[in-house]
Write a protein that binds this ligand. Structure first.
Ligand code: FEO
Ligand code: CA
Ligand code: CA
Length: 653
């Protein structure tokens, strides 16, 4: 055990602490404890390696010690490097609070996270911290006309007028008692809605599946019995057959036109989301590749198909067998695939406005779109592309977003797209994706925006461990979840790097970065916020596979999981302190479900989160939102959960 004690007098002193550690103390072994008590910092190391990496690749510790020594001097933040190993009870400060430009709110010194952290659990019902309560809202099949629910076995027409399946990212546009809740519906295969069927056997069954997908914009109101959906002329479903339009630099590209002449329609695999300062909702199309297939057995994927994972069979939706739009071997629909993979803007107040696919934001497997207002009122959008070894992106609007709107232009239609390169020294570079980049000099801008992954490959972006959600903290840093990547460092696969430092990363990590020049700059500094395998609670690992993430304006980071949790327990939601890295568990979902999506009322006293695929649809596992009665009970249904604090306080406190 090595223990070092350093005195300091202010946060700025952390730079000196970091310098001393980086150069004088080789960091090998697990960081055991770190405390700050009245200006004295004690850091202890156990002289034992934490990994079992026997390859020639650099170890996590090697990367870390190199990373600390360079990055600490540059950024003055030991927190981001060594503290990432410190588990859930670290107390230190490494990041100066800065204004979050979108809200103009300065971070508090310390947010209150006063609730009682609950244990992991594996049960058919959700659990919540004792200071909190929850109720379910709008499960699948809830009618948008406020008249209850359609029964199981609903028609495609009924499905187009009711709550979809795969509740995921969402945002709430309203006041503290009422407003429009916009929710993504990510998926819905035949077994979800047709008992005993694995694949569709008719166009009508394909249409049901298609109408399960998309977005719901629904008026919800708080009444004596809690929140409920009410009839409203703004209530709306957007699905795979809804007319949409393209906007931005690639809108008129030949790459988005089919010889069949069909107009653009639909959105699908709507995963995470964003929301804009001008009051619109952004829905993000993720695994669009899985909905396409080929009926002609001689069909071969193009290089672009291969890069986006398009195959002859898809994910098993089998839409292509009944709907030519999704058949890659239909020449008339050769470019239909290029119409998916976008960030789509929806006006929650205008049900007649077509959803708009914003081509300037590029075409990838978009997880989410975190919008912040940068210097000079230019909007900046941070986006992850969720695939093993894919990239993080940002878009910067060309001008002041208010002036662009006043001139009748969308701030999301003119600007510059970048992909991130994370350097080992804790710095990073935003690589421009346009013909101005010499690596893309022979490309046209529409080709860059339609085949964005291939452009980012040429630009030299850093291959990440599945970028999922991104959020902007009260400290002005972006926090991005890297959910896992079991292929990292395997034979024939990309090895570790400082930003993705775990071989066969089964549990994921959370990275954060701070852009230069008020979010407009071409460079950034970064560090690791939490490494899932290094978060401990009463001796056990706290979580794995972070996915949903949302920062409130007090410095809390809400983390949601999607994947294997320690001890095969249920997915969950946690609350972390962005400064101290203290983590508490506030909510656990039901067995088989993913906890995803987070939205709040303006006073943050009501929070909406989603349970996706509770019980994996199996009543033997869960009947939620019905009470658990087992196999004879109803099939569990995807739904929203409304969380309040029993004393009416702010969620997370
Ligand atoms: Fe739809 Fe990457 O989660
Ligand atoms: Ca996700
Ligand atoms: Ca996920």
């Amino acid at each position: 055990m090595l223990e070092v004690q350093v005195s300091f007098t202010s946060k700025c002193e952390s730079l000196n602490v970091a310098e001393r550690f980086g150069d004088a103390v080789p960091i090998h072994g697990r960081l055991q404890k770190l405390t700050t008590i009245e200006g004295t910092m004690t850091i202890s190391f156990e002289s034992e390696d934490i990994g079992s990496n026997n390859s020639d690749n650099r170890t996590f510790q090697d990367v870390l010690s190199k990373f600390v020594s360079r990055r600490a001097v540059l950024a003055g933040g030991l927190a981001g490097a060594a503290f990432a190993f410190a588990g859930s009870k670290v107390s230190a400060s490494g990041i100066e609070p800065t204004k979050r430009t979108a809200s103009g709110v300065v971070a508090k010194a310390r947010p209150t996270i006063g609730f009682t952290s609950i244990p992991l659990q594996n049960s058919p019902m959700p659990t919540i911290a004792p200071e909190y309560q929850f109720k379910s809202l709008i499960p699948w099949r809830t009618r948008l006309d406020g008249k209850g629910e359609f029964p199981y076995g609903l028609t495609s027409e009924q499905q187009a007028q009711s709550v979809g399946l795969g509740h995921d990212g969402m945002w709430f546009f309203g006041d503290n008692r009422k407003g429009m809740l916009a929710i993504n519906f990510e998926y819905g295969t035949t077994p979800h809605f047709a008992a005993g069927k694995a694949v569709p056997t008719s166009l009508e069954e394909v249409r049901v599946s298609q109408h399960l997908h998309g977005v719901g914009v629904m008026y919800v109101e708080k009444g004596p019995k809690g929140w409920a959906l009410k009839k409203d002329k703004r209530n709306r479903r957007v699905h795979v057959n809804t007319p949409v339009e393209f906007s931005g630099p690639a809108a008129n590209s030949a790459l988005l036109v089919n010889t069949a002449g069909n107009a653009p329609q639909g959105t699908l695999n709507n995963c995470a989301n964003g929301y804009t300062p001008w009051g619109t909702y952004l829905t993000c199309e993720e695994n669009f590749n899985g909905y396409f297939g080929a009926t002609d057995t001689s069909w071969k994927p193009s290089a672009e198909d291969a890069r986006y994972g398009v195959t002859a069979t898809g994910f098993g939706y089998d839409w292509h067998k009944y709907d030519a739009r999704f058949d890659r071997s239909q020449p008339g629909y050769a470019n239909e695939i290029n119409r998916f993979g976008w960030v789509v803007e929806i006006d929650p107040e205008n049900p007649k406005a077509k959803p708009v696919k914003r081509t300037a934001l590029g075409r990838v497997k978009h997880e989410g779109a975190d919008v912040v207002v940068g210097r000079n009122n230019r909007v900046v959008v941070y986006m992850g592309d969720d695939e093993r070894f894919d990239y993080i992106y940002k878009f910067v609007s060309a001008r002041d977003y208010k002036k662009m709107i006043a001139a009748g232009k969308s701030p999301l239609d003119e600007g510059t797209l970048y992909a991130a390169r994370f350097n080992d020294d804790g710095t990073g570079d935003w690589l421009e994706l346009s013909p101005r980049n010499p690596a893309l000099a022979s490309w046209t801008i529409d080709k860059v925006l339609v085949h964005t992954r291939l452009a980012a490959d040429l630009a030299g972006a850093t291959k990440m461990d599945r970028p999922e959600w991104i959020t902007t903290g009260a400290d002005g840093w972006q926090y991005g979840t890297l959910t896992n990547n079991s292929n990292r460092g395997r034979t024939g696969q990309p090895g570790i790097n400082a930003a993705n430092p775990i071989r066969q990363n089964t549990d994921g990590h959370i990275i954060r970065w701070k852009d230069s020049d008020g979010n407009l700059g071409g460079t950034f500094q970064w560090n690791l916020f939490l490494v899932s395998q290094e978060t401990f609670d009463e001796g056990g690992q706290m979580f794995g596979s972070p996915d949903g993430i949302w920062a409130d304006r007090d410095g809390r980071i809400f983390i949601q999981t999607d994947g294997a949790q320690p001890g095969r327990n249920n997915d969950q939601m946690l609350v972390a302190d962005s400064k101290t890295k203290e983590v508490k568990r506030i909510f656990t979902g039901v067995a088989g479900c993913e906890v995803t999506g987070v939205a709040v009322t303006p006073d943050r006293k009501t929070m909406f989160v989603n349970l996706q695929h509770p019980g994996d649809g199996d009543p033997k596992i869960s009947n939620y939102p019905a009470p658990f009665t087992g196999a004879a009970g109803p099939k569990p249904r995807d739904c929203t959960i409304v969380i309040t604090r029993k004393d009416g306080g702010i969620i997370g406190s």
